[in-house]
Design a protein around this ligand. Sequence first.
Ligand code: HSE
Length: 289
Amino acid sequence: MKVSAPATIANFGPGFDVFGLCLEKPMDVIEVKLADEVEVKVEGYEVPEDPSRNVASVSALSLLGEVGVESGFKMKIKKGIRPTSGLGSSGASALGGALAIAKLLGVEDKETILRAALEGEKVASGTPHGDNVVPALFGGFVVLNSLFPLNVVKIDVKLKLVVVLPEVKVSTKKARELLPKYVPLRDAVKNLALASSLVLALEEGDIEEAGRLLDDYLAIPYRKPLIAWFDKVRRAALENGAYGLSISGSGPAVFALGDNLKEIGKAVVEAFEEEGIKAEYFISGVGGG
Ligand code: HSE
């Protein structure tokens, strides 16, 4: 059984741990067949082949446990999403591992698949968060109301965006450790206003307005020590016609909405390079999950 699991943009501006957008590319491809032993082989970006540390196999084992099937498997992973990039690399592998086994066994219940996928996600990021695995499964733009019981609102938004991937690593685990337990009420109120307006703008297909609403007061300000270049690259994007720019997940990837996505991409790459950081950009549409 072979499945592909796409990259995703978690948070999508003000939606910390709640909003997620599925991208068309890049993606991981995961192939499994049942076997006596558990064996994992990886091509592409480097991730552990040790089954207890590989997020896809942890998810796959968890799914087998959930449905009470005693079996091992042989798993081949083509790792197309760079780890620690902010593009939901661990989320994609975690979902892919669970989904491949689910398809093999004819398990269709999304909650069961997500429960197993979150076990893999937990290995990578410490706390299980659903804003990568859920959009990778559903496609489109999702609002994650609740994981268990599963309650997801999906908007089939059509847009193109530019993603800039700098050659620095940000560990989601560390980025989450920087977050405070409590935030000032005025910041919570600002995010509430941004998030609800953003959902409306996306529902109406008003991408320009959506871009203007990509601010965040809950996570990004506290993560600045890991992303010191953020204000500079954001300014470069806005000066080159972007409607808005934000961090993808916990970073370091950033994404921007705008008309002239190539020019924005080039300007942001240059801004990174001025900081001594190599970067590359790509343009993607919304993926179908
Ligand atoms: N919502 C998560 C975070 C996404 O920002 O920590 C991580 O990819």
